[in-house]
Design a protein around this ligand. Structure first.
Ligand SMILES: [Zn+2]
Length: 141
């Protein structure tokens, strides 16, 4: 458990955070064209359809790009630095801004296989999706 800045939760994003609380990663799928928008949208940016369904995804992906913060961008991150801030491309396609944890930041590289974990946050029932090296733990949780 750690201190974090909490994300704003809206009617649009509530299903994402509800699923994360249950340690499941979900993204929207367009019923018409199979596009998978992220972050959540009211309408599909590819075809304009308004019927986007939330579906569970594997929670696996790769590091698409990343940076390492050595100086905390906010005091709440002070104990987390050096912090790997990464865009993770999920196996299903969407790209999420997250963190890669449980490894030496020097070992993180573009294309690295990762899998999701859910981090408890002090004083909240929110669980933040973060990513760990896919080879660091057995199973995909
Ligand atoms: Zn669509």
């Amino acid at each position: 458990m750690s201190a974090r800045l909490l994300p704003p939760v809206s009617d649009l994003t509530l299903p994402y955070w509800d699923a994360a609380r249950d340690e499941q990663l979900v993204v929207q799928f367009c019923d018409r064209c199979e596009h998978r928008p992220f972050p959540p949208r009211t309408h599909c940016p590819a075809c304009g359809a308004g019927d986007l369904d939330w579906r569970a995804v594997s929670g696996t992906g790769i590091v698409y790009t990343f940076t390492v913060a050595h100086r905390a961008p906010h005091p709440v991150f002070a104990d987390l630095c050096p912090l790997v801030i990464a865009i993770v491309e999920l196996t299903e396609g969407p790209r999420l801004l997250s963190n890669v944890v449980n490894c030496d930041p020097a070992d993180v590289h573009v294309g690295m296989a990762v899998s999701v974990r859910f981090e408890a946050v002090d004083g909240s029932d929110i669980r933040l999706p973060v990513f760990v090296p896919a080879t660091s733990e057995a199973g995909t949780g």
